[in-house]
Design a protein around this ligand. Structure first.
Ligand code: SF4
Ligand code: SF4
Length: 324
């Protein structure tokens, strides 16, 4: 019997999601035994034309990681959608926009200006920046258009399921693959992880403050971290109250606070706003000036609260800049 066809594809991401398949360890042999890969850029040399040659919906499932930031990524996402029965937004960047989505605080011109002109390590005496079309004597060189905005996958194509995490952990990957292969699937649109907050299972929960305690927000390098005490109780930002459970508390177990890569639970519309409300409840001040002083001690608050989720948030991007 023919094996179900499976696609793995990367868009605006770091490549870690594709490599997370290797984290399956010996289970990867079961996956290879059960499916036929039709595109998997990090591991196999398939081309776009190989996907184009398939019938519509011939691919059983496409796992697409990364947000959408270029014309080519949009084209590939739409092509894979057409050729696939199921599309899974794989990892934080496809699910929420991820860290590449922090670029939505800027626009394309600002990004190019910094990366190709102002960054301290750049030497660019001829002021060359990437362009969609460049004429050379051999002909025209083309590059995909670079958009002003990073989009989540479901802002560009219809998505069936979401596998959260930076990168998704092996047990959730395996459960998702088994569910898809057996047809034992939850309702369309589900996030394939528990629908409760990370604090719910965190072993530090008994020390999580219920009432006002924080006088100052500190960063991890400024504190000798207690490995058993809730980060919030130590004045350290931990996104656990606004983040979905299911990662196995990977960062917490390494004595680092959660940055929110699993996104929020289904009951929360905006992860950053949810965390802001959780933080407000543990700040120990009623006087406005004192509150300002405490909140001013948060370095890059928008970047911290929306570290993974700016494109998926109610804000989506910074608005008050030209060239959008
Ligand atoms: S805030 Fe962080 S450290 Fe505290 S209980 Fe929640 S996940 Fe654990
Ligand atoms: S602790 Fe938070 S940031 Fe770390 S893997 Fe889990 S959800 Fe992601």
């Amino acid at each position: 019997m023919a094996k179900p066809k499976v696609a793995f594809y990367w868009c605006a991401s770091c490549g870690g999601c594709e490599e997370s398949i290797i984290d399956l360890a010996e289970n990867i042999l079961k996956v290879i035994e059960a499916v036929e890969f039709v595109i998997f850029p990090v591991a196999m040399d398939f081309k776009m034309k190989d996907v184009e040659a398939l019938h519509d919906r011939e691919i059983a499932v496409s796992f697409i990681n990364g947000g959408i930031r270029t014309e080519e990524q949009e084209h590939m996402a739409k092509l894979l959608r057409k050729k696939s029965g199921i599309v899974v937004a794989y990892g934080a960047c496809a699910h929420l926009g991820g860290t590449p989505g922090l670029a939505n605080f800027f626009n394309r011109d600002m990004i190019f200006d910094y990366v190709y002109r102002k960054a301290p390590s750049v030497e660019n005496p001829h002021n060359i920046t990437p362009k969609p079309r460049t004429a050379v004597k051999q002909g025209d060189l083309t590059l995909p258009k670079f958009y002003d905005t990073v989009f989540t996958l479901d802002q560009v194509i219809d998505v069936d399921y979401y596998l959260p995490g930076c990168a998704p952990p092996p047990d959730l990957i395996m459960k998702a693959i088994e569910a898809i292969l057996s047809g034992n699937l939850p309702p369309k649109g589900s996030v394939l992880a528990p629908d409760k907050s990370l604090c719910h299972t965190c072993k530090r929960k008994p020390t999580k403050p219920e009432k006002a305690i924080i006088k100052e927000i500190r960063r991890v390098h400024e504190v000798l971290l207690d490995p058993d005490r809730c980060f919030l109780d130590q004045g350290i930002i931990c996104m656990g109250p606004a983040t979905r459970d299911g990662c196995g508390e990977r960062c917490i177990n390494a004595n680092m606070p959660c940055r929110g890569c699993f996104g929020s639970t289904s009951r929360v519309e905006d992860q950053g706003a949810k965390f802001l409300s959780a933080l407000a409840s543990v700040i120990d001040a009623n006087d406005e000036n004192e509150i300002r002083k405490i909140t001013a001690s948060i370095v890059d608050p928008a970047g911290v609260f929306y570290f993974y989720s700016l494109p998926a948030s109610m804000l989506r991007r910074r608005r008050n800049i030209a060239n959008e």
